[in-house]
Design a protein around this ligand. Sequence first.
Ligand code: SF4
Ligand code: SF4
Length: 154
Amino acid sequence: MPKHIASGLKYLAAVKLREQGYFQKDIAEKLGMDRSTVSHYLNGRNLSWSSIEVAEAVTGCCNRDFLYMTYSLTGNIDNTRTIVGILIEDEFQAKVKDSCIGCGVCVDACLMNNIAIKDLKCNIDTADCCGCLECQLNCPTNSIQVLEVENFNK
Ligand code: SF4
Ligand code: SF4
């Protein structure tokens, strides 16, 4: 069953990319699938509707649970980053306070691979941030705040 749900997640991502104007070739490349499978998916073949329904329920979870469930279902971090990046549309920004001690805990906590230590301080690239808040929750000095862009300057 996990494989079927992972396929359901890829289906949802493929549909989203198609709506955004991507060609089947590009969708196949992005999702690490062969082109004929993408074609079958986009034509509603080779997938059970229950897999798609469960996948939709997974995408309806909070961003953190969606990220971790996708990782456990696909077993592949690159596929996880791609699927989550496509299906989470919200944009995030991050503030790092001067209290950062450059310990790197947040680097290890970020499954989306957005954080690096530069000049002994945490540096967050939010282009691929999914808002899971793992960096914020794990920081021992409470130095990170991640917010959706629309709430960032409030
Ligand atoms: S976990 Fe906190 S203190 Fe450590 S590098 Fe990241 S922001 Fe800085
Ligand atoms: S909230 Fe933090 S841990 Fe999660 S993706 Fe964004 S930068 Fe990475």
